[in-house]
Design a protein around this ligand. Structure first.
Ligand code: DLL
Length: 440
């Protein structure tokens, strides 16, 4: 109990919290209506005026914003304050389309830093900690967000950025890093590299704050064991600010959303209908305090569940599950929905690490799906027969999880390229977009 950054806010009774959200929402809707022509037009088309929004009970009346809207309005369409009030931009990687550029006033940065500070404190951080940030710095929000949070808590902050694993480990040893912030796939790689160097006895880490990509409970367990730390999940997205939209507490059972700044809803991704607490659907956020880039009812495409069950840490803010997949990450293979996280769960349950690569192809009209998985250096197959037997065991487990046949190949350790940021584990060669354009 008791590690809060803003105790009064983080443990606020629900009725007070909702009153605060309502007050902030009413003001925010006016701000957006007055300053974002695109959204004003959308509200006008839907026949909604700012005066119709009296509190959170009216939130459902507002139109959604999608990633396509942001791309269409690139770069300035959603900026809601004059340029000379903005002090920063951050941006998405743009790997799946045009970049999205998000703007921040100094107050917006303060809010974001505060959200990340809450995450660090929830992971046990104090000003005596050495926070080692190897999320990328630059346009990606990971580095700057955790850096700002760490400063707010008063920790000694190592702005390492990503890459150069040797230097990461050297600094970790020399400066006594106690909290590691990076993607879970890079944490697993760092753990592997530390063990290879026999350097574990010089590592003082006690906690890790890992996010920006999907990871499973099995992966958490493996990282905790190999680095001898507690591994906490952190979630966020560039459009809403960056990391720290939600974070795990000591219970490690879902991430508390910073509800004094963001209102969360779960909707049916097909119909847009708002779903009751506990149901699985697409996560939607409304920013109620940010001023430069204040998105209302932004569809994240992350599929989640929300819970208001009491948390023993004392925080009252709603918890979100790990994203169970992205509505656009889900692949349809042989007519079946496949989420990469399902494959990872099977691999880790069978004692492998998350070092795998999934390749989906199309031969004629038929899809093929194949996965390469590295065997552990400590447990290589004795001969071809044993390798085949292990592949066939994995094949059976994957088939019962997914309902389709996945070709499995065990490969040597380190034969799959490692990533320093978000891992790229899926290669879809089917060119579906081109095919469907041609078909029309
Ligand atoms: O990934 C921000 C971030 C940085 C979060 C560092 C946590 C730590 P984007 O690059 O805009 O922002 O990507 C956002 O990444 O919609 C999710 O699909 C995914 N994502 C983020 N955190 C998690 C997580 C950052 N903890 C997209 N678990 C989001 C699973 C996550 N997926």
């Amino acid at each position: 109990m008791g590690n809060y950054f803003n105790e009064e806010i983080e443990t606020m009774p629900l009725d007070k919290l909702q009153a605060l959200q309502s007050e902030r929402l009413v003001e925010q809707v006016k701000h957006v209506y007055d300053n974002v022509a695109f959204y004003r037009n959308k509200m006008d088309e839907a026949g909604i005026k700012p005066e119709d929004i009296h509190g959170i009970e009216d939130l459902h009346k507002l139109p959604f914003i999608t990633k396509d809207d942001l791309r269409d309005q690139y770069p300035y369409g959603f900026r809601a304050v004059p340029q000379n009030e903005c002090v920063r931009i951050q941006s998405t990687s743009g790997t799946t389309g045009r970049r999205v550029v998000s703007f921040y006033t100094q107050d917006d940065i303060d809010i974001w830093d505060t959200c990340c500070a809450r995450a660090i404190v929830a992971a046990g951080g104090t000003k005596d900690d050495v926070v080692h940030v190897c999320y990328g710095y630059g346009l990606f929000t990971g580095g700057p967000g955790l850096n700002g949070g760490s400063h707010k808590v008063g920790c000694l902050t190592l702005p390492m950025s990503s890459g150069n694993t040797d230097r990461q480990i050297q600094f970790m040893q020399d400066l006594g890093s106690t909290i590691l912030c990076c993607t879970p796939s890079y944490a697993a790689y760092l753990a592997e590299s530390i063990h290879e160097r026999g350097a574990m006895d010089q590592i003082k880490l006690k906690a890790g704050i890992f996010g920006a990509e999907a990871w499973t409970e099995e992966m958490r367990h493996n990282i905790e064991k190999s680095l001898n730390i507690k591994a906490y999940d952190i979630y966020g997205l560039t459009e809403i600010s960056g990391p720290g939209v939600s974070f795990e507490c000591s219970e490690q059972k879902g991430m508390h959303i910073n509800e004094d700044h963001f209102i969360a809803e779960i909707i049916n991704p097909v119909t847009g209908e708002v779903l009751p607490e506990g149901e699985k659907g697409e996560l939607v956020f409304t920013c109620i305090t940010k001023k430069a880039f204040p998105l209302l009812r932004y569809r994240t495409r992350d599929i989640c569940v929300l819970s208001r069950k009491k948390c023993s840490c004392g925080r009252t803010h709603v918890r979100m599950s790990k994203p169970l997949g992205r509505s656009d990450d889900m692949m349809v293979v042989k007519g079946v929905n496949v989420f990469p996280s399902q494959i990872e769960t099977v691999l880790l349950n069978d004692g492998y690490e998350a070092n795998y690569r999934l390749v989906v192809d199309r031969v004629g009209n038929s899809d093929t799906i194949a996965v390469d998985v590295e065997w552990l250096p400590s447990n290589p197959p004795k001969d071809k027969d044993e390798k085949r037997a292990r592949e066939s065991k994995l094949f059976g487990h994957l088939k019962s999880m997914l309902g389709i046949a996945v070709e499995v190949s065990l490969v040597a350790p380190k034969s799959i390229p490692r990533s320093e940021g978000k891992a790229v584990r899926i290669v879809d060669n089917r060119n579906l977009y081109e095919e469907s354009t041609l078909a029309n």
